[in-house]
Ligand binder design. Structure first.
Ligand code: SAM
Length: 201
């Protein structure tokens, strides 16, 4: 049985009871080091995720009759490993337990409603900045190559320097920071973050 659980943005307090129960019944937990470290009392096997996703798929396929639980940050189907697992094994073989995405968490902390929001990612992909300028409200998961500074520079270059960029950094962690900035004010580098880009505050 293969289960993918959403971990939420960081804190175990933000995982659902169903996700925590799946972890407690697992034979093996699969996840990044940061996620596995959240379960120091887990008595089963730990399998650390690395960049070799095809290898992971082969390894999971070989775990017949074991309860494998894959830990995914935020929500597994929002730019997470859930999509790949469903494509590989089919939804009838994969149980997905949703989680609170970092974007949902940032919206809840800032009171930004998610109605009509364009949900996208700069994580390992080329961003369509022209579409970003056309969108009145966008939320984006980012990576080290394209974060708030690069997004802001692209907006400024397209005459949209007055847009708000809300940066949610290290969400749900002790060093969480949320910054409201106009695009033309963004110059710093931020730790792990998501952004919401808005026409109006
Ligand atoms: C591969 S994506 C996964 C997104 C995740 N599935 C979700 O629903 O939030 C990883 C990105 O999520 C964002 N992220 C995840 N956890 C975060 C947190 N605690 N604080 C800020 N951003 C976070 C960052 O943009 C990070 O680069």
């Amino acid at each position: 049985m293969l289960t993918v659980v959403g971990m939420g943005p960081a804190s175990l307090a933000l995982m659902t009871p169903m996700a925590l129960e799946a972890v407690s019944h697992a034979d093996v937990l699969v996840g990044g080091k940061r996620h596995l470290a959240q379960f120091p009392d887990f008595a089963g096997e730990l399998h650390a995720l690395d960049a070799n996703i095809p290898g992971l798929m082969r390894w999971i396929a070989a775990q017949q009759n074991r309860r494998v639980v894959v830990l995914a940050s935020g929500d597994p189907l929002f730019y997470g490993i859930g999509k790949r697992l469903v494509a590989e094994f089919g939804i009838e073989k994969v149980r997905i337990i949703p989680g609170i995405s970092a974007v949902q968490y940032l919206c809840s902390k800032t009171g930004i409603d998610m109605n009509d929001i364009w949900l996208t990612s700069s994580h390992g992909r080329a961003v369509d900045f022209d579409a970003l300028v056309r969108s009145p409200k966008t939320a984006m998961v980012t990576d080290a190559h394209c974060g708030p500074r690069e997004i802001a520079a692209a907006l400024v270059a397209r005459g949209a320097g007055n847009r708000w960029i809300v940066v949610g950094e290290n969400l749900a962690m002790e060093n969480e920071r949320i910054h409201w900035l106009k695009a033309h004010e963004v110059s710093a580098q931020y730790a792990m973050n998501v952004v919401v880009i808005l026409n109006e505050r």
